[in-house]
Design a protein around this ligand. Structure first.
Ligand code: FES
Length: 118
């Protein structure tokens, strides 16, 4: 079952910004698209599972700083390579608050491989 948890105020995330947060002990990457839509992904690169929050977000492209995998920020689909993909998380914006849906811990692969945390 998915529980929606408050992540941050909507006005704290501007168009073109991304923010890595920890929510209920799990790494979550929030992005605000240029059309003001909000996306949330498990903060884990499809390549080696390293965090994406210190990467680059330009236009609609999210780039992992470690080995430059590129993703479409609006879908999480890989651009380079095309067969990579991020794990999307459901998002709701209610009364100016961004809520992110998290399922049971075993549903999010970021909970495996915590050895990558600094
Ligand atoms: S860990 Fe992201 S490209 Fe290698």
């Amino acid at each position: 079952m998915t529980a929606f948890l408050p992540a941050m105020r909507e006005d704290e995330l501007w168009a073109g910004e991304m923010r890595a947060i920890t929510l209920a002990g799990r790494r979550v990457l929030l992005l605000r698209l240029q059309d003001r839509g909000v996306r949330a992904y498990v903060d884990r690169c499809a390549h080696l599972g390293l965090p994406l929050g210190d990467g680059a977000f330009a236009g609609s492209v999210l780039t992992c700083r470690h080995h430059c995998y590129k993703y479409d920020a609006s879908t999480g689909c890989g651009l380079k390579p095309a067969n990579a993909a991020l794990v999307p998380l459901p998002v709701r914006v209610i009364a100016g608050e961004i809520l992110v849906g998290l399922g049971p811990a075993q549903d999010t692969p970021q909970d495996v491989g915590e050895e990558h945390d600094a």
